[in-house]
Design a protein around this ligand. Structure first.
Ligand SMILES: [Zn+2]
Ligand SMILES: [Zn+2]
Length: 317
């Protein structure tokens, strides 16, 4: 655990994903305890959180407010558990009909999810493994029953601090960053990460152009004037503007690489194997596919590529 400011702590929690840990943030002040993100519903994550709370003389029941940056399992997984113990859970409104619904009503997107993969050339053998990893993920996610919607620009006064909600879609449709304007500290979730580029994927339940959303969010974050950003994974980002610039350049290079791979009509699944040739497990392949599809659809909306099908094959326009 690390104190960032008086009354603001970073809690690194282990997760069984390649990123290894998720950073939660705890705000304490004016007799109030607020947790930003919740980690995944595994015994190890819950145990680690409980120990950090104990170091501060706290227990789960002391958390009365939970702020979520987005609906991904490593951030949202224990939200329902904490809500059950009396916490109010806040989530950006854009997640309600999308990512949040994906966990709350698995049947809502079951058919369209399957169709998305099949329509874009995913072989049935690969799809079976992908579906199994999703089943496993569901066991570790406890969705909140009655989250309270956050809107872009909301000003929250909690635990003696003021946090501005900054809607930053792209990595997730309803991704929210929380900006402590007076301190210049940005709690940026997964919208900016050091070392790795946050996954930007197109899924059955997402907005239609997540990469465009993401690039716009990077501009927005760069212009906030934050002194430092603390992210959902890895260490703090001292130069927000520079990191946003690097991530934009990374996506530009990936768009160019995709165009170069289109020497003839190809499906998104095929292109994802070319673009991410490393050996990946089913979960990794699922992310590689969604990331490739987000880039292809971005190019299609810009008029740089067309597609025929289904099964859809993309070609240079
Ligand atoms: Zn995420
Ligand atoms: Zn994350």
């Amino acid at each position: 655990m690390k104190a960032i400011l008086p009354g603001l702590y970073l809690l690194p929690i282990p997760i069984p994903y390649p990123l290894k840990t998720v950073n939660l943030y705890l705000l304490q002040g004016d007799g109030e305890v607020v947790l930003l993100d919740t980690a995944l519903g595994t015994r190890a994550a819950r145990g680690a959180l409980e120990l950090f709370l104990a170091e501060l003389g706290l227990c789960f029941q002391d958390i009365k407010t939970v702020l979520l940056t987005h609906h991904h399992p490593d951030h949202y997984g224990l939200a329902g558990f904490l809500e059950g113990l009396g916490a109010r859970v806040y989530l950006h409104e854009e997640e309600f009909s999308r990512g949040h619904r994906f966990w709350r009503e698995p049947e809502a997107f079951a058919e369209t999810s399957l169709r998305l993969f099949l329509d874009h050339g995913t072989p049935e053998s690969a799809l079976q493994d992908i579906q199994e990893t999703m089943e496993k993920a569901r066991e570790r996610v406890h969705p909140p029953q009655n989250p309270i919607p956050l809107r872009d620009g909301d000003l929250l006064e909690v635990a003696g601090k003021r946090l501005r909600v900054v809607w930053t879609p792209g990595h997730a449709d309803g991704h929210a960053a929380f900006f402590l304007e007076e301190e210049g500290v940005l709690l940026v979730g997964d919208a900016l990460l050091d070392h790795v580029s946050p996954n930007v994927g197109l899924w059955a339940y997402t907005r239609e152009n997540p990469l465009k959303d993401f690039l716009r969010s990077l501009d927005r974050l760069a212009d906030l004037g934050a002194r430092v950003a603390y992210a959902g994974h890895f260490g703090p980002i001292g130069d927000v503007r520079q990191r946003a610039k690097e991530l934009k350049a990374h996506h530009q290079a990936r768009l160019e690489a995709l165009l170069a791979l289109l020497d003839g009509p190809k499906t998104a699944w095929e292109l994802s194997l070319n673009l991410f040739p490393k050996e990946l497990d089913a979960a990794g392949r699922r992310f590689a596919f969604a990331e490739t599809l987000a880039h292809l659809e971005y190019l299609r909306k810009e008029g740089a590529v067309g597609r025929e099908g289904p099964p859809y094959r993309y070609f240079r326009a």
